[in-house]
Design a protein around this ligand. Sequence first.
Ligand code: SF4
Length: 171
Amino acid sequence: MMLKIAVSRCLLGEAVRFDGNSKPCAAVRELLAARAELVGVCPEVEVGMPVPREPVDLFGDPSGTRMIGARTGEDWTRRLDAWARERINDLLDQGIAGAVLKARSPSCGVGDAPVHPAGSGDPVAGDGLFALALRRAAPGLPIARDEDLGEEAGVEEFLARARAYACGRAR
Ligand code: SF4
């Protein structure tokens, strides 16, 4: 059976980014798509943000990370967290065996999204809100950044991890 992999929709070539553009990833569209069933997900659009939209920033807080509109200050944290819980349950019910997420995004970034410290100081690298929720809900699920896939070898290495995860789940 073909593996199912969740993928940030902008990497598939969908124009869902805040600036109205996409971020097509050749490794996803040409290599991964030939070997796995891809399930697109865009946290920001699916939670109700328009395209185009104001960018959002992450702010560290003792109670967690908050997602705030850069111009309006609108706080999306609770809505995104609530949406992510349901969407991740749905993705896990569908049997995804891995995810490929857009690097440095405040929603999809895996360990490389800029998080502004409370008060002042330079941003530190952290998880986007969707990536964080996915990691917490499914420890061990292989998650790659688009930039990690590179070419053939990177895609094969990721798929090997996804196959191992799927086999472990089936036991
Ligand atoms: S990085 Fe994530 S939230 Fe941003 S446009 Fe791509 S899929 Fe949507």
